[in-house]
Design a protein around this ligand. Structure first.
Ligand SMILES: CC(C)(COP(=O)(O)OP(=O)(O)OC[C@H]1O[C@@H](n2cnc3c(N)ncnc32)[C@H](O)[C@@H]1OP(=O)(O)O)[C@@H](O)C(=O)NCCC(=O)NCCS
Length: 171
């Protein structure tokens, strides 16, 4: 299996696959095609030259926030997400932050040596501003109503509220 991670924007077709698969993912609410295009940058994964997953990055000040993160269902369990997160942590400058309610992501963050720090109440200001920008983007992209519908539907599928926060601090 040839696994490549590239710092490049996924194509419209790649994003369409991600949005379709996301319907069955309990821990990721909903990210519409226009919202996917609104992030600051992306790492895209390819298995044997086929698109396999994407990790978006958003930045403010000294901080980079990793995620959303999606690996297409047929590529789960092959180390794709681990490779995406590793590449982003190695490439992004400054401090790196990642939060998730998905235990698989917790395991990856721990495995690659990120430290667990922060909760929703004590995040650095830069992170709060990134979250604010992401929320406004969903509205600006006119995907808020779909987001709310999916949030209500998925609340019944898993405990999506217990997020754990991981960081790599560089200064
Ligand atoms: C979470 C996700 C990105 C993981 O992608 P992946 O490519 O399958 O991940 P990897 O193969 O790199 O590693 C997964 C690790 O998590 C572990 N894992 C899987 N399910 C787990 C669980 N329920 N609890 C704990 N660990 C789990 C695996 O054993 C593996 O660890 P290992 O390599 O030490 O065996 C993928 O399942 C996905 O896209 N899920 C849907 C979207 C999502 O939830 N995104 C995150 C929202 S923030």
């Amino acid at each position: 299996m040839k696994l490549e991670i590239k710092s490049q924007t996924p194509t419209v077709e790649d994003i369409a696959q991600v949005v379709t698969d996301t319907k069955n993912f309990p821990f990721l609410t909903y990210i519409g095609p226009r919202t996917w295009q609104s992030f600051d940058r992306w790492y895209s994964a390819y298995v044997d030259n086929s698109f396999a997953g994407v990790l978006a990055v958003n930045r403010f000040g000294d901080w980079s926030k990793l995620g959303p993160l999606v690996v297409l269902s047929k590529f789960h369990g092959k180390g794709v997400a681990t490779a995406l997160i590793k590449k982003a942590v190695a490439t992004e400058k400054g401090n790196v932050y990642l939060a998730s309610a998905n235990p698989a992501v917790w395991k990856i963050a721990q495995k690659i040596g990120m430290g667990e720090k922060y909760n929703w109440l004590n995040l650095p200001l830069s992170m709060n501003l990134i979250y604010l920008k992401l929320s406004l983007n969903v509205i600006r992209c006119r995907e808020f109503i779909q987001f709310v519908k999916e949030m209500l539907r998925k609340q019944r599928l898993a405990n999506v509220h217990h997020h754990r926060h991981f960081v790599t601090i560089r200064q």
